[in-house]
Write a protein that binds this ligand. Structure first.
Ligand SMILES: NC(=O)c1ccc[n+]([C@@H]2O[C@H](COP(=O)([O-])OP(=O)(O)OC[C@H]3O[C@@H](n4cnc5c(N)ncnc54)[C@H](O)[C@@H]3O)[C@@H](O)[C@H]2O)c1
Length: 406
């Protein structure tokens, strides 16, 4: 048996937990820099948090310019303001883009050189400034993960910095902060979380060794990640549609936020795989949100991987209330996930995202360059395999993969 757990020192979860923010931040010093977007001025719950920090005796400065999908320029802009201010701690307040800005800013302020020096795995030399993360979407789980993702115009695709040093010191997950998410955002973020949980649960299992977690940020499926992945899939399978249909349903919001948190605790160590590898070029071509791309691909990747992870596929179908033998259940898993995604409005094919046939080869080539993700796929993936997934996903033909044989 093998297990790895990496997480913030403190996770506070539940309705109203945001009220702990002032005292939590005060324990790190007296000057706090907030990374957020324009919503900080228009959403009373967020404005209240700024008042709370000031009420706790903190000197507060805020960068309100974070853009979705996080272009590098946002982090550079935030850094100019933050350097003058010299904070003791950084608060990330918003969706994954705001939390990733906080994590990258904490790195930029602690170490010299451009962020590109740290692209990849294990390049961050040591501790960064403390980050306290408050998500306002239930999806990315960035509040607990060792990765931050950004768009660098010098690169065709989004790029990540992965290091245990990037994990926020404290995550405060208050589902009330997600009540304002419109149905589309709830669906995309929740589908992102479901994809994290499924990819972590179905990830490759590596031979256990003491060196594995020392050499890799993402170590593959393991006993600890499986526990969180199962809880995440169950919470999302039962509640995501409810939260999309009735955004005021606090119980559903709680379950979905818990699902997103648990999914991130799982993928933050296990890693993700083919759906994420293929989404990077798809996202670069179609300029669509990360969550929509990974979710649209997920059923196809599940179907491709089924023979390598029959037990896991069967367990997922069981969580989705399907019945039958292990083989029957495994065969039903990708369809069960596709049904939920369709019910919440996620496109069931890549053509709907704007991908065309002439993009297929480039997408397959680029996906294969994400070697860390490709190696983490439970079924070995070569050019033919990736092309088969892309072709099936392009036109939404899950059956095409049922007969795929390597
Ligand atoms: N670091 C990680 O572990 C990780 C994992 C997955 C994805 N990501 C990254 O996270 C980013 C996506 O994050 P996201 O899906 O949370 O979206 P986002 O942060 O890009 O925000 C999308 C939009 O939603 C709005 N929004 C956020 N919270 C809201 C609320 N409560 N009510 C109304 N509107 C709200 C934002 O203002 C923004 O306009 C991408 O850059 C992706 O690559 C990071």
């Amino acid at each position: 048996m093998f297990g790895v757990m990496r997480s913030p020192r403190t996770i506070l979860f539940g309705a109203g937990q945001r009220r702990a923010l002032g005292p939590v931040v005060r324990s790190f010093g007296s000057r706090v820099f907030i990374c957020s977007d324009q919503r900080i001025d228009s959403d009373p719950l967020l404005a209240e948090l700024v008042d709370q920090l000031q009420g706790a005796g903190l000197v507060v400065e805020a960068f309100k310019g974070v853009q979705p999908e996080l272009p590098l320029s946002c982090v550079v802009e935030a850094e100019v303001l933050a350097r003058q201010f010299a904070p003791d701690a950084i608060v990330g307040l918003g969706g994954g883009s705001c939390l990733d800005t906080a994590k990258l800013l904490a790195l930029s302020l602690a170490y010299p050189g451009p962020l590109s020096d740290y692209y990849g795995e294990f390049k961050v030399p040591g501790a960064t400034l403390p980050v306290i993360a408050l998500p306002t979407t239930a999806g990315t789980g960035s509040e607990v993960t060792p990765v931050a993702v950004l768009g660098d115009p010098a690169r065709q695709m989004k790029i990540g910095i992965s290091s245990p040093h990037l994990i926020p010191r404290v995550a405060i997950c208050d589902p009330e902060l997600t009540l304002s998410c419109p149905p589309g955002l709830t669906a995309i973020a929740g589908a992102d979380a479901l994809t994290h949980a499924i990819e972590a649960f179905m990830a490759a299992r590596r031979p256990p060794s003491y060196a594995l977690a020392l050499e890799h940020v993402f170590v593959g499926k393991n006993r600890l990640s499986d526990g969180f992945a199962r809880q995440a899939i169950a919470a999302l399978a039962a509640n995501l549609k409810r939260a999309v249909e009735d955004g005021a349903d606090l119980e559903a919001r709680e379950e979905v936020m818990f699902g997103a948190l648990a999914a991130a605790l799982a993928f933050g160590v296990a890693g993700t795989a083919a759906a994420h590898a293929i989404q990077y070029p798809v996202g670069a071509l179609t300029h669509t949100a990360h969550g929509i791309g990974v979710a649209a691909l997920m059923p196809y990747v599940m179907e491709f991987n089924r023979s390598a992870v029959q037990a896991e596929a069967a367990e997922i179908a069981h969580i989705f209330d399907r019945t039958g033998s292990e083989e029957d259940l495994a065969a039903a898993a990708s369809g069960a996930v596709a049904d939920l995604l369709m019910a919440i409005g996620i496109p069931s094919n890549l053509a709907a995202l704007g991908l065309t046939e002439d993009h297929q080869d480039w997408v397959a080539e680029q996906a294969l360059l994400a070697t860390r993700l490709i190696k983490n796929n439970p079924r070995p993936l070569d050019r033919r395999g990736v092309s088969a997934i892309v072709a099936a996903a392009l036109h939404g033909d899950l059956h095409q993969l049922k007969s795929y044989d390597s």
